[in-house]
Design a protein around this ligand. Structure first.
Ligand SMILES: [Zn+2]
Length: 228
C-alpha cells in the first residue's frame, strides 16, 4: 500500500464529485438540510454487505433515508436488559425522534451473515461476535432444516434470507412505540428483499410472506400497517 492508494484516491475523487454537485453547483438541498434539519420519512434496516446499499439501490438522495446497517439486516426483539443496544437505539431515534412513516427491512441474496447462521448456527468459530448475533435467527435455521433436504443449497439459502427478513419484520412489532404507531396508522412496516443475482426487488405481502417481485407500477401494500 502506498500513501496514494488508488482505492482511497477513488473515494476522495467521488467526494469531490459529490461536493461539486451539492455544494458548488446547487447549495439549496444542503442549505435546507442544515437549517431545517433532517426529516426522512423512511428508515431502512439493511445488511452491511457492500452490494446491497439501500441508498444506492433506491437512488435516494441526501436526507431521504435514515439507515441502520448490521450483519444480516437484523432487528432484535424488544428487550430492556441494560445491555448496549445499538440497533434498538437507532430504531428509537428514527421512530420516536424523527417520526419516520415507513420502516423497511431490506434483506439480500448471497448474505454472508445468513450463510454463517446456516453453517454454524450461533457458534461460528471464525468470529467472536457474528455467531451470537446471527443466532437471533435460530428459528430460520430450524425451519429450513425441516424443508426438503435434497433441495439445491442455493435455493435454501435464498429461502433462509427471505425468512430472516420476516423474523426482523415480526420483531419490529415487539417494540411498543412501533406497535402503537402502526395501530394508529402513522407507521407502516415493509419487508423487502434485493436479489442481485437477478436484479429484482421483492416485498413481503404479510409478516409471514410470501414475497412478490415489485415495481413502481404495482406498489405493494405494506406487510404491516398503512392506512388506519
Ligand atoms: Zn448480508
Amino acid at each position: 500500500m502506498t500513501t496514494a492508494d488508488a482505492t482511497i484516491v477513488r473515494l476522495i475523487q467521488g467526494f469531490e464529485r459529490f461536493r461539486a454537485a451539492y455544494f458548488e453547483t446547487d447549495h439549496s438541498l444542503f442549505d435546507h438540510l442544515v437549517w431545517d434539519g433532517q426529516r426522512p420519512k423512511v428508515m431502512v434496516v439493511a445488511c452491511c454487505d457492500s452490494r446491497a446499499d439501500p441508498q444506492m439501490i433506491t437512488d435516494a438522495g441526501p436526507g431521504e433515508l435514515f439507515v441502520i446497517r448490521n450483519v444480516a439486516a437484523l432487528v432484535p426483539p424488544y428487550v430492556l436488559d441494560g445491555r448496549l443496544a445499538g440497533v434498538s437505539a437507532a430504531l428509537e431515534f428514527g421512530v420516536k425522534g424523527l417520526e419516520v412513516e415507513h420502516v423497511i427491512v431490506l434483506g439480500h441474496a448471497m448474505c454472508g451473515g445468513v450463510r454463517s447462521l446456516m453453517e454454524f448456527g450461533d457458534a461460528d468459530p471464525r468470529f467472536d461476535f457474528v455467531g451470537q448475533w446471527v443466532g437471533l435467527l435460530a428459528e430460520v435455521r430450524d425451519e429450513v432444516r425441516t424443508l426438503v433436504s435434497e433441495a439445491e443449497p442455493a435455493l435454501l439459502a435464498r429461502y433462509a434470507e427471505r425468512a430472516a427478513v420476516l423474523v426482523s419484520l415480526r420483531n419490529l412489532s415487539t417494540y411498543p412505540w412501533i406497535a402503537e404507531r402502526v395501530a394508529a396508522g402513522k407507521l407502516a412496516l415493509h419487508g423487502w428483499y434485493f436479489d442481485f443475482t437477478w436484479g429484482v426487488l421483492m416485498a413481503a405481502e404479510t409478516p409471514r410472506g410470501p414475497f412478490r417481485q415489485i415495481d413502481a407500477a404495482q406498489v405493494p401494500a405494506p406487510a404491516v400497517g398503512g392506512e388506519p
